[in-house]
Design a protein around this ligand. Structure first.
Ligand code: HEC
Length: 270
């Protein structure tokens, strides 16, 4: 009997120590994961920017988002989609319904089938998601030397370094260094893992003309389009952050009130 109990206890101890080992392993995996991704990529330090949407009170700069959308539309949209964003979402960054209607009307998409069972093309509506530049992945690859230009709606979340990585990437094109074995149709980029990217440098000074008179320098363009793509990755960021701040404020208030109540109840017993 005593032997069996001993066995049970030792089994429990064993399984407990296995559990704790698993917990340690999982924690190690979690904490070393981004590190291993960084080291798998480029080891050059990213250019850090002071983004208005970072931090507890983070907010988007609407003027910058609108300029960034212009850059996306006139430059990036030729090769990249933003399929998680609907045309009507642009209202959030300050466009009017009429402006959005005319933007949507520039895009055509395949719809159907109609009553006769035929597919048909029509202009995009406010409720449609952004129409991408290619019919399918293969068509995209053929047009880009075999490389696939990824959808950009979630790109700032999908890459280590987020907005700073995107900003650095757009400013990171250089001539090939000497003795670098360059592949055909590839471009040197300091921040891209492996340093060779199939995307030609997409921006340069004055590649767009801003309606609000902002100087369209390369770094300004990179900053605006990065802000825009941070918004497409998390359009609800402002709501989330202001809810967080309200919740913390509420928790502080309720803690103070509870402390007061506790003091009052225990007063006579002290
Ligand atoms: C001529 C087509 C073309 C244009 C225009 C273009 N891209 Fe690309 N982009 C590509 C291709 C192709 C790739 C895939 C690169 C690869 O796999 O080597 C790519 C990849 C990317 C990536 C992914 C990089 C990574 O870490 O995997 C980002 C981010 C990106 N582009 C942003 C942009 C932005 C922002 C613009 C507009 C300012 C833009 N691109 C304009 C073709 C283009």
């Amino acid at each position: 009997m005593a032997k069996q109990e001993m066995k049970k206890i030792s089994q429990r101890v064993m399984s407990n120590s296995i559990c704790s080992k698993i917990v340690v392993l999982v924690l190690l995996a979690i904490f070393s994961f981004p590190q291993s991704l960084i080291s798998a990529g480029s080891n050059v330090e990213l250019i850090e920017q002071n983004w208005p949407f970072h931090g507890v009170f983070g907010r988007f700069d609407k003027a910058s988002l609108q300029r960034g959308f212009k850059v996306y539309r006139e430059v990036c949209a030729g090769c990249h989609g933003i399929r998680h964003i609907a045309y009507r979402d642009l209202e959030d960054i300050g466009f009017t319904k009429d402006e959005i209607k005319s933007i949507a009307a520039e895009y055509e998409l395949l719809d159907g089938p109609n009553d006769e069972g035929e597919m048909f093309t029509r202009f995009a509506k406010l409720s449609d998601k952004f129409v991408g530049p290619y019919e399918n992945v293969n068509a995209a690859r053929v047009a880009n030397n075999g490389a696939y230009p990824p959808d950009l709606s979630l790109i700032t979340k999908a890459r280590v370094g987020g907005a700073d990585y995107l900003y650095s990437l757009l400013n990171g094109y250089k001539e090939y260094p000497e003795n670098f074995e360059a592949s055909e149709g590839m471009y040197f980029n300091e921040y891209y893992p492996g340093n060779q990217i199939a995307m030609p440098a997409p921006i340069e000074d004055d590649i767009v003309e801003y309606d609000d008179g902002t100087e369209a320098s390369q770094s300004q363009i990179a900053r605006d389009v990065t802000s825009f793509l941070a918004w497409t990755a998390e359009p609800e960021l402002e709501t989330r952050k202001s809810l967080g701040v309200k919740t913390i404020f509420f928790l502080i208030l309720i803690s103070i009130m509870l402390l007061g109540v506790k003091r009052k109840i225990w007063k006579d017993l002290d």
